[in-house]
Design a protein around this ligand. Structure first.
Ligand code: ZN
Ligand code: ZN
Length: 474
């Protein structure tokens, strides 16, 4: 098939043979009787007209009449309902690659797919399977099915057929934001009311947006980020500043002249706060250091505390305060980081149990949406000496404040869901011995004694920390 030349109505693009066949099938179908079209010199249907042209007006009049016939109110967005209702096969063929995809909301969005791929350890493409096919094909045991139900925020089923039925009646039919149709609607510009490129090929035009989504997703999905104290907004912006700096600096660990990245002196994953206390490490030292720290990091954190800074999150303070002065060498520092990591994991487990049993309200007191209210810029940025750094905060407008805060809170709770799934699979922390006390805590929360519950929660966290210290520290 020769590429189509540019003419008045059509963009310069070759039509896949399947698409040619599809357009002929569509125009012959009685569902579109009376809808205006003409053929170009190459004999193909001129599929696209512009809304304002005379031919566009003819199509618009036809869609108006169709809506009326179907009892659909004539206003913006309602042509889409008509287009889906009358489509004879409910499958659209992609002009670009010829792939046939459902026009229903049956495919995972990029974000949903990223979670599915991560948690079910798959490597699927967005239009490879419908959501029903994914459940049917990859959720053969109850564990996988439960993971999937959690991803989709639906009740847990132990029968995949029932789960699929539920997904179709509650998510697909209601056009859930977690799912996407195989083609976007666009009447009356396109003859049958769908964009020529399917979801399979839209990525070429939408690449920027998709990769942005992915970036946000991977940045946001670690639960400890949201549930730790400190100004995460400032810390993230400052990390970005390190990232943008292309100059070479001497890495304090390996001594080589390299680009540097920001290493939190107290790792967030161990329960330390978001802060501006970064060490400039080269990326290989940064990643090999990973989640542990050394005697000199402990000393530096104690020094920062003595200067009046808060370095540790409230939930990890007990373990840190108990052991920080006992660290004599790197081996001690390593053992401390193991203890802090385990204690922090159990805190997140506890939070996910509380979330599961009581919802969001009580836990909101441990979040800090107020940090999302500013735009932040820097002056005098020098990665090797942050003491001269000037931080400039600008108030966001109220709409963006709300948007950022809502987003932060939503991600905080989603990350607890994610954490719980992973925690279950690895069974890292055994909270069974604390169950009676957790039950009491839940009762306090249920009876809305939030301040008492807060105090009680702190005693539970401290005794978990103490038990971890007793079995791990000599
Ligand atoms: Zn395609
Ligand atoms: Zn290095």
């Amino acid at each position: 098939m020769a590429p189509l030349k540019k003419d008045d109505d059509n963009i310069d693009r070759s039509w896949h043979p399947n698409y040619v066949e599809y357009t002929e099938m569509i125009i012959r179908n009685p569902a579109y009787r009376g809808l205006f079209y003409e053929r170009g010199k190459d004999g193909r249907v001129k599929w696209v007209v512009t809304g304002k042209s005379a031919n566009g007006q003819k199509r618009q009049a036809w869609w108006d009449a169709k809506c009326k016939e179907l009892g659909i109110p004539i206003k913006k967005g309602c042509y889409a309902i008509a287009a889906r209702t009358i489509h004879p096969t409910k499958r659209h063929v992609c002009q670009c690659c010829g792939k046939s995809l459902s026009i229903e909301y049956e495919y995972p969005t990029k974000n949903t797919l990223a979670k599915i791929n991560e948690l079910l350890e798959l490597d699927l493409e967005q239009t490879e399977y419908t959501i029903g096919e994914i459940i049917d094909t990859f959720c053969d045991n109850n564990e996988w099915l439960e993971v999937m139900c959690n991803i989709l925020h639906i009740p847990t089923f132990n029968d995949k057929k029932k789960a699929i039925d539920y997904v179709y009646s509650e998510l697909v039919a209601k056009q859930s934001g977690m799912l996407s149709p195989g083609a976007m609607s666009n009447p009356p510009d396109r003859f049958e009311g769908y964009h020529s490129d399917g979801l399979c090929c839209r990525e070429h035009t939408d690449k920027g947006r998709h990769s942005d989504n992915m970036k946000t997703y991977t940045q946001d999905r670690r639960a400890f980020e949201e549930w730790s104290d400190g100004d995460y907004n400032l810390a993230n912006r400052l990390m970005g500043e390190f990232h943008k700096d292309t100059n070479l600096y001497k890495c304090p660990i390996c001594g080589e002249m390299k680009r540097v990245s920001a290493d939190h002196i107290g790792p967030i994953s161990l329960g330390f706060c978001h802060s501006q206390f970064f060490a400039p490490l080269c990326s290989s030292c940064n990643s090999s250091k990973n989640n542990r720290f050394y005697k000199n990091d402990v000393d530096e954190l104690i020094r920062l505390e003595n200067e009046g800074n808060t370095v540790i999150s409230w939930h990890s303070k007990y373990v840190w305060d108990t052991l920080k002065n006992e660290v004599r060498n790197d081996a001690d520092a390593k053992r401390l980081s193991t203890i802090m990591s385990r204690s922090h994991q159990s805190v997140l487990s506890l939070f996910s149990i509380i979330y599961d049993k009581t919802g969001k309200e009580f836990l909101l007191r441990y979040l800090h949406p107020e940090y999302s209210m500013y735009d932040i810029r820097f002056q005098n940025f020098d990665p090797t000496d942050l003491s001269k750094l000037v931080v400039i905060r600008t108030d966001l407008d109220s709409k963006n404040k709300r948007k950022n805060q809502d987003r932060y809170v939503r991600i905080a709770f989603e990350s607890l869901d994610d954490f719980k799934r992973k925690d279950n699979r690895r069974t890292l922390i055994n909270l069974e011995p604390y169950e009676p006390r957790i039950d009491e805590l839940i009762q306090l929360i249920d009876s809305r004694k939030f301040d008492t519950a807060d105090k009680y929660l702190r005693t539970i966290i401290d005794s978990i920390g103490e038990d971890i210290i007793n079995v791990t520290w000599d």
